[in-house]
Design a protein around this ligand. Structure first.
Ligand code: NAD
Ligand code: UGA
Length: 457
């Protein structure tokens, strides 16, 4: 009944949404998403999906049980599948050789071993995870040592979705990238996968390359995006020193079609599970291949981001004459960007930790991030009196000396700032880490305002 059977190993932020979109667009394809984390699979099978993404609930509930399945049966799913996506996590290694730089490939490696043990015929194995260039070689060698004699094909098909816009990114991608071997068998495998995406993506947007170009292009795409943010953030500091306005500068340069307007929003710093990890991975690879100058060039993207987060927290402390001890600071937003509940590498963690060390009292509100996650991320126990996680922005702000905007949630723009002002200790400060709010209006209400890359008034 189904023309193709797909299994995806790893039911995370990428595996879940990506496979849900394939299931929606290809009713003749059976998609099974598997994970060793039984709680996560249970959540995918419930009304409370483990990943918050606008529009995702509808897609999952439409296809689930018809051609989309979430299970913990990794081995059985491998046996049944024609195409196996590997979408497991590839965090930065925290130990041994390459610690704090190289990607930790232990999850990819263990999946390759499970595939080698359970694939009883030739399969197409697709690297969906972001991995260092030449990882396909390692996967292939694990598959070959299984001794089964099956000629599996390994493809690279990195994912470019961004969290918060995953559904629209998947529905209308700028491109689909597929890398494979240049052999006839490799080309057949590429076309088989291209056929799946071809159900909704125009052929001219499906880029075919060799394996190594595809693997490397994913790291380079993230490095270029992160570099733009660090570039504009570096300029934000210069704007503050010169009374230029970073949004005006960004607009002025972004209208040059060679530069373009996207990813020029100055901020408290970039976060998310991938930018830092993938740039560090690139830095490690450059060092590994004997290119220290190239490594140093890309490392500066991370250095600038660390500085920007610290600079923001420093500006809060300085505004209070170098002491925020026992001041109540309302932190609005904890996710690394709006429209997601993901807090991995969120700038909120660094900013809150620094202010907490300065002995501030923090009252945090985020519309989507779970309370226990915030305590865990900050490594603070739930009975710590200096940390409160609130149910609303108004609760967090009540009695506070300052509001810190860390995430650009739309609802923060619509807050009743006059009422908030009345509930605060004076002078009442706003530190807008996203340049989200109408600063002139806030000043009229009586707030003292500091933002990123704007003249101090
Ligand atoms: P995630 O941590 O949300 O999900 C990974 C899942 O893999 C987890 O649920 C984990 O339990 C599962 N897993 C690990 N080992 C397993 C095994 N042996 N068998 C079965 N399941 C196993 O990670 P993510 O955010 O979905 O990212 C996955 C990959 O995609 C990473 O390489 C990441 O760099 C890349 N990526 C992520 C994004 C993003 O927006 N998050 C975008 C593009 C690419
Ligand atoms: C990013 C890339 O945009 C995706 O293409 C890629 O697939 C993904 O990483 C990945 O490999 O994981 P994501 O991290 O989900 O996606 O979100 P982005 O929209 O890129 O934002 C990353 C961070 O940069 C956020 O903290 C965001 O607030 C910040 N940012 C973004 C800025 O500070 N300024 C900008 O102009 C844009």
């Amino acid at each position: 009944m189904f023309s193709t059977k797909i299994c995806c190993i790893g039911a995370g932020y990428v595996g879940g949404p990506t496979m849900a979109m394939i299931a929606k667009k290809c009713p003749n394809v059976r998609v099974e998403v598997v994970d060793i984390n039984a709680d996560r699979i249970a959540a995918w099978n419930s009304d409370q999906l483990p990943v918050y993404e606008p529009g995702l609930d509808e897609i999952v509930s439409e296809a689930r049980g018809t051609n989309l399945f979430f299970t913990t049966g990794v081995e059985a799913a491998i046996k049944h599948a024609d195409i196996i996506f590997v979408s497991v996590n590839t965090p930065t290694k925290t130990y041994g050789l390459g610690a704090n730089r190289a990607a930790d490939l232990r999850f990819v490696e263990s999946v390759a071993r499970v595939i080698a043990e359970n694939a009883d015929e030739s399969k197409i194995i697709v690297e969906k995870s972001t991995i260092p260039v030449r990882t396909a070689e390692a996967i292939r060698s694990i598959l070959e040592t299984s001794g089964s004699g099956h000629a599996h094909q390994v493809l690279s098909n990195p994912e470019f979705l961004a969290e918060g816009t995953a559904v629209s990114d998947l529905e209308n991608p700028d491109r689909i990238l597929i890398g494979g071997e240049t052999t006839p068998e490799g080309q057949v495998a590429i076309e088989r996968l291209a056929g799946v995406y071809g159900a909704w993506v125009p052929q001219e947007r499906i880029i075919r390359t060799n394996l190594w170009s595809s693997e490397l292009a994913k790291l380079v795409a993230n490095a270029f995006l992160a570099q733009r943010i660090s570039s504009i953030n570096s300029i934000s500091a210069l704007c503050e020193a010169t009374e230029a306005d970073v949004d005006e500068v960004a607009n002025a340069i972004g209208t040059d079609s060679r530069i373009g307007p996207k990813f020029l929003k100055a901020s408290v710093g970039f976060g998310g599970s991938c930018f830092q990890k993938d740039v560090l991975n690139l830095v490690y690879l450059c060092g590994h291949f004997g290119l220290p100058e190239v490594a140093e060039y890309w490392e500066s993207v991370i250095t600038m981001n660390q500085w920007q987060k610290k600079r923001f927290a420093d500006s809060v402390v300085q505004a209070f004459f170098n002491t925020v001890s026992n001041k109540r600071l309302a932190v609005l937003g904890f996710a690394f960007k709006k429209d997601t509940n993901d807090t991995r590498e969120t700038p909120a963690i660094d900013v809150c930790k620094q202010l907490f060390e300065e002995q501030a009292s923090l009252a945090i509100y985020d519309p989507k991030v779970e309370t226990d996650k915030i305590y865990r991320d900050l490594a603070v126990s739930e009975d710590e009196p200096r940390l409160e996680v609130c149910d609303s922005a108004a609760d967090a702000v009540n009695g506070a000396n300052a509001i810190l905007i860390i995430t650009e949630w739309d609802e923060f723009k619509a807050l009743d700032f006059e009422a908030l002002y009345d509930s605060m200790v004076k002078p009442a400060w706003i530190f807008d880490g996203r340049n989200l709010l109408d600063h002139a209006k806030l000043r009229m209400i009586g707030f003292k305002v500091r933002s990123i890359g704007k003249p101090l008034k």
